[in-house]
Each structure stands twice: as structure tokens, then as C-alpha cells.
Design a protein around this ligand. Structure first.
Ligand SMILES: Nc1nc2c(c(=O)[nH]1)N[C@H]1C(S)=C(S)[C@@H](COP(=O)(O)OP(=O)(O)OC[C@H]3O[C@@H](n4cnc5c(N)ncnc54)[C@H](O)[C@@H]3O)O[C@H]1N2
Ligand code: MOO
Length: 405
């Protein structure tokens, strides 16, 4: 199989992906970042009564058209405790923000424009305009009004509106279920003691974090040894737990112990493509096993991270109904670069921002071996070198993927 160009691979993996149709109820407290599954209508009217927007006096504007007019204060209306009587000519009712307008009153005199002549009597120091500081009922929304559309990502303002419309629970799209399987006889978990030749299965944690950040729920399948029976039972487990995506890590290349593809094909996986024209990440594999999508990431830590950023993150976001982070930016090249071969390079690089112009300069690190994770954690971006790009000089324009947008 020829190496698949990166853009084509993206189209094959992400192009036709649609948000999941499964839904689940969540409380308002758990709604942050979730995606509304149905249009949300108001279950009440807000405000449910004409209300004062200020602390002051409720009165009839015709009694307060000139400074110097005096009025009798006949009662009080506070939020939660309205005034039962009626405001008649020459009368006012003490009122507070959010309190119901008493009957007969049509306007609010703010208290800064009132002098207390004596208890129960005020003088107006500035004329009051008709309807001043009155919020009519339903000013925000009325029962049955459209509040939030299906597909809306629930951020703090949307959650406040949903609560105000009297929805204690919200129906949201289910999170895509991403099963993650590390493969390799050499792998142990962080904290376990290591025998000679063993290393830590570190990638799974980063790939899981990446998927969760993009909106996934994680199914941790642990580590499978490089044996068909171990791989078979892990694949069975992903299927039985209803994974939407199975991500395998390692065993994707051409070595004698790289059995992942064989095990998946044995389960009936439809292999879409294997091997892609990029560096790092060449042995990337994509396929489907029934309704479950399968992404086989290479084992090298930098390779799995780059493949995760390019393909897993946008796929998860798409299935979750969430926008993928905008990572692509333009920058200047910070060091000379040699001509590229047929694989699209993603070079771990430092990104400097000119404090005055805001211009970005990306300077790739000297070392780019795909096993180096310390450098990756130091990097701010990945500088993209297209296939067959000629040598680049300092100051040329390039594209970068920012790692912390
Ligand atoms: N003859 C060839 N050899 C290799 C080729 C090739 O085309 N011809 N491709 C190379 C490329 S490119 C990559 S990338 C690697 C990827 O190989 P695999 O996906 O089969 O990965 P493994 O061999 O299982 O592991 C590679 C490396 O990464 C370590 N590893 C594996 N899993 C994890 C994990 N979960 N956390 C941390 N580290 C992990 C593993 O111990 C190896 O050191 O193949 C090249 N070879
Ligand atoms: O693609 Mo491998 O990821 O170059 O090391």
C-alpha cells in the first residue's frame, strides 16, 4: 500500500463523521461543555410580573413630572414580598430592585432623586419619565419561547438561561466512548517496578487526556501483551463495552511482534488504510469493525501524540458535536531547514511572539526523534513541512499547529 497523504487521511477519518445521536440527561451542575440534544423552550415567563429595575419609589409618572412635587409613601414592595394595595394619585410605594410593581404605579423614581420630607412623605428632585426603570413581564422570555437551539454547547451563559427557564435536567448528546489499548510485552504502568527491558506505557495517558479534552468518555483497556489471545480479548472488551472508537497504541509497524492489525482483521475489521505520508506517525492505521471506528496509532510517544492531535482530536470533537480547537496558524521560520522528502513533517518547535507586532516565529528543535517526549512537552507548536518542500530560509512563512491554543 502506498503512503496516504495527510489531507486524504483526514478526509477518510473525519470527513463523513457526524455527531452521535445517543442522548443522556444531565443535571445543570454537570452540563458544562455538553451539547444540547434538543431545542430548549422556556417553561416560564421571566420576569413573571412587571418589576422594578432599581431601588426607589413606585409611582404614577403624571404625579412626578416636575421637581419639587411631594408624594405620600403608603407601603413597601420588596423582591419576594409585593405590595397588596394600589398606588393612587399623589402616592408612592417604597420599592426595591426586582420587586413587583404595585397596581396603579407605572414608573420608578430612583431613591437618589428623592428627599425624605418626613417619615411617609418624599419630595422629587428630578422629573420621572413615564415607564422609567420598569421591566415589563416577559421582557427576558415568555412561556414557550425558544431559548437554546439543539447543538448549542452549554457554557455558563447557556446554563444560566436553561436554569432560568426552569429546566433542572438537560438532554445532551452522549460523549463518544473511546477505548484505549496499549500493546507491547515491554510495557508497565506508571508506579510499577520495571524489570530489564521494560518501559512505562506513557502514551495511553496522553492520548486519553487528549480524547477527554476533545469531549470523549474513556474506556481504559490497559496493556495487551504481543500475543494474539491478549489482543483478541482486548478487542472483544472494546466491542462489548460499546466503544465508538478503539484506539490502539503500538504494534502498528512491520516488526514480527506487530500483531495489532492482524488481530483486528481477524475480528472482521474493514481496513481503510495503513501508513501515511507523515513524520512522525507513518504506521497510522484506520478502519472500522462494525459500528466501531478503529485508529491504530504508532507506539513511539511523539508519533502517537501527533496522530492523536491530527486525527483523534477532530474525530472525537465531531462525534461529540463540539468544535475542534483552532490550531492552525501562520508563522515565520526561525531557523534554516533542509529540503523535505515525501512525508509531511511535523517538527516540534518553540513559538516566539513579537511583543509589538504579534508576529509568530517557530523555531524547530535540533532533535526530532519520535521517541522524545521531553522535547514535546517543551514544544509550543508543530511546524508543518509539506512533502517535497524545498529548503527554507529564516523568515519564510510556514504553517504551525499550536499545542496550547
Ligand atoms: N523496518 C521498519 N521499522 C519501523 C518502521 C518501518 O517503516 N520499517 N516504522 C518506524 C516508525 S516510523 C514507527 S513510528 C515505529 C512504530 O512502531 P509500532 O507502532 O509498531 O510501535 P512499537 O514497535 O510497538 O513501539 C515503538 C516504540 O514505542 C514504544 N511504545 C509502544 N507503546 C508505548 C506506550 N503505550 N507508551 C510509551 N511507549 C510505547 C515501544 O516500546 C517502542 O520503543 O516503528 C518504526 N519501525
Ligand atoms: O513515523 Mo515514526 O512515527 O517516524 O517514528
Amino acid at each position: 500500500m502506498a503512503l496516504m497523504p495527510v489531507e486524504q487521511a483526514f478526509e477518510r477519518i473525519v470527513g463523513d463523521a457526524e455527531p452521535l445521536t445517543r442522548t443522556e440527561p444531565v443535571t445543570l451542575a454537570d452540563a458544562l461543555g455538553r451539547v444540547l440534544a434538543r431545542d430548549l423552550l422556556a417553561l416560564r415567563t421571566q420576569p413573571p410580573f412587571a418589576a422594578s429595575a432599581m431601588d426607589g419609589y413606585a409611582l404614577r409618572a403624571e404625579d412626578a413630572a416636575r421637581a419639587g412635587a411631594e408624594l405620600d409613601v403608603t407601603g413597601e414592595s420588596a423582591a419576594g414580598h409585593g405590595f397588596d394595595g394600589r398606588v393612587g394619585p399623589g402616592e408612592a410605594v417604597r420599592i426595591f430592585t426586582g420587586a413587583p410593581m404595585p397596581e396603579g404605579a407605572d414608573s420608578i423614581l430612583i431613591q437618589e432623586n428623592a428627599e425624605i420630607v418626613r417619615p411617609g412623605r418624599i419630595r422629587i428632585t428630578a422629573p420621572v419619565e413615564a415607564a422609567a426603570y420598569v421591566r415589563p413581564d416577559g421582557m427576558d422570555f415568555s412561556f414557550g419561547d425558544a431559548g437554546l437551539p439543539a447543538g448549542r454547547v452549554l457554557d455558563p451563559t447557556a446554563i444560566t438561561l436553561a436554569a432560568g427557564m426552569n429546566h433542572p435536567m438537560l438532554s445532551v448528546l452522549a460523549r463518544p466512548r473511546v477505548a484505549i489499548l496499549a500493546t507491547g510485552d515491554e510495557l508497565r504502568l506508571p508506579g510499577q517496578s520495571l524489570a530489564a527491558g521494560q518501559i512505562i506505557a506513557s502514551n495511553t495517558f496522553g492520548v486519553a487526556a487528549m480524547a477527554r479534552r476533545a469531549g470523549a468518555e474513556i474506556i481504559d483497556l490497559g496493556i495487551a501483551a504481543d500475543r494474539m489471545d491478549a489482543l483478541d480479548s482486548a478487542i472483544d472488551s472494546a466491542i462489548s463495552q460499546g466503544a465508538d472508537i478503539l484506539v490502539t497504541i503500538g504494534g502498528a509497524s512491520v516488526g514480527d511482534h506487530d500483531l495489532v492489525q492482524k488481530a483486528l482483521v481477524g475480528h472482521g475489521m474493514n481496513l481503510d488504510f495503513w501508513r501515511i505520508a507523515m513524520r512522525p506517525g507513518k504506521p497510522l492505521m484506520s478502519g472500522s469493525l462494525g459500528p466501531m471506528r478503529v485508529l491504530g496509532l504508532p507506539g513511539n510517544p511523539a508519533s502517537s501524540m501527533v496522530c492523536g492531535l491530527l486525527f483523534l482530536e477532530p474525530l472525537v470533537a465531531r462525534l461529540a458535536g463540539l468544535p475542534a480547537p483552532a490550531r492552525l496558524k501562520s508563522a515565520f521560520v526561525g531557523r534554516e531547514l533542509s529540503a523535505n522528502d515525501q512525508r509531511q513533517d511535523y517538527l516540534r518547535a518553540r513559538l516566539d511572539t513579537d511583543p509589538e507586532s504579534g508576529r509568530l516565529t517557530a523555531t524547530p528543535f535540533d532533535q526530532q526523534d519520535s521517541s522524545l517526549m521531553r522535547l514535546f512537552a517543551d514544544a509550543d507548536c508543530l511546524l508543518i513541512r509539506p512533502p517535497h518542500a524545498p529548503a527554507a530560509r529564516i523568515g519564510e512563512t510556514c504553517s504551525v499547529l499550536v499545542l496550547r491554543p
